[in-house]
Design a protein around this ligand. Structure first.
Ligand SMILES: [Zn+2]
Length: 270
């Protein structure tokens, strides 16, 4: 009897210990936000990101009406999307593949690159792809930018207007991050946040096989695939370009139809 009561007490003590370890782990986990009080101490990175930056999942939870990540329904639709173009190396290579495979995609272009590579921009337009706004200078939109964000979007639309492209009102924030006030502001400007549901992580200079491994197992109806059609200096996207024909062939074999992001997410009738 005494023995049983003793082990029961021991059991409870263990449960309490386990619970306190769990709650400590929860407090320490990066997803947990501590309410900031007073002036925070100087910290290298980390905390600011946790407090201010909203990633894709947060944005979808907070702004479900404007965040586009994956289409609903079981229809086998898929959207290929390419960020950071145009350039004169990878974007033409991506366009060549899309042309050969007769696939329409969505390009999220950077305004100052549109101005710098007008011939490549013209090709994107003439070959019938949809263009979305990826800011003018690719700032970190996870930080508060104030008036700059509006200017970034407007300058990019102005650059596109020179090619007779009217706004698609699809905005893909750099790094998929945005502050809450900025999300409200861009919504008021009429934009929807065009995020993604399959990240190829191609910007890390992955091989063709690595890109395929990041994409193929994730394929499902309504998904949006993120690749890049240009990078920063020295960034190698050749693995991504080499993977593209195989991604397309695989999707075709599986019976998928390629749609642009505005087709995958039609604006609901008012
Ligand atoms: Zn980008």
């Amino acid at each position: 009897m005494g023995h049983t009561a003793g082990s029961a007490r021991k059991g409870i003590a263990y449960i309490i210990l386990a619970l306190s370890i769990l709650s400590l782990a929860y407090l320490a986990s990066p997803g947990f936000r501590i309410k900031q009080q007073g002036t925070p101490p100087e910290l290298a990175g980390g905390l600011e990101r946790d407090n201010r930056m909203l990633g894709e999942a947060d944005l979808e939870r907070l702004f479900p009406e404007i965040v586009l990540r994956a289409g609903k329904g079981n229809e086998k639709l898929i959207a290929l999307t390419f960020d950071d173009g145009p350039d004169d190396i990878y974007t033409p290579a991506v366009l060549d593949v899309l042309k050969e495979k007769q696939v329409r995609a969505t390009f999220f272009l950077i305004g100052n690159r549109i101005e710098h590579f007008p011939e490549v921009t013209r090709r994107i337009v003439e070959e019938g792809h949809l263009i979305g706004n990826h800011t003018y200078s690719h700032p970190n939109t996870g930080k508060p930018l104030g008036e700059q964000l509006r200017t970034e979007l407007e300058r990019t639309e102005a650059a596109l207007a020179a090619f007779n492209v009217s706004p698609s009102y699809l905005f893909r924030p750099p790094y998929g991050a945005l502050t809450a006030p900025a999300a409200v502001e861009v919504a008021n400007m009429g934009y929807r946040l065009a995020l993604w549901s399959i990240d190829s992580l191609d910007w890390r200079g992955l091989t063709k096989e690595e890109v395929l491994n990041n994409v193929i197992p994730q394929i499902a109806p309504g998904r949006v695939i993120l690749q890049h059609s240009a990078g920063g200096p020295g960034e190698d996207l050749s693995g991504s370009v080499l993977a593209l024909p195989e991604i397309i062939d695989h999707l075709k074999q599986q019976g998928y139809t390629f749609v642009s992001m505005d087709e995958l997410f039609p604006v609901p009738a008012q």
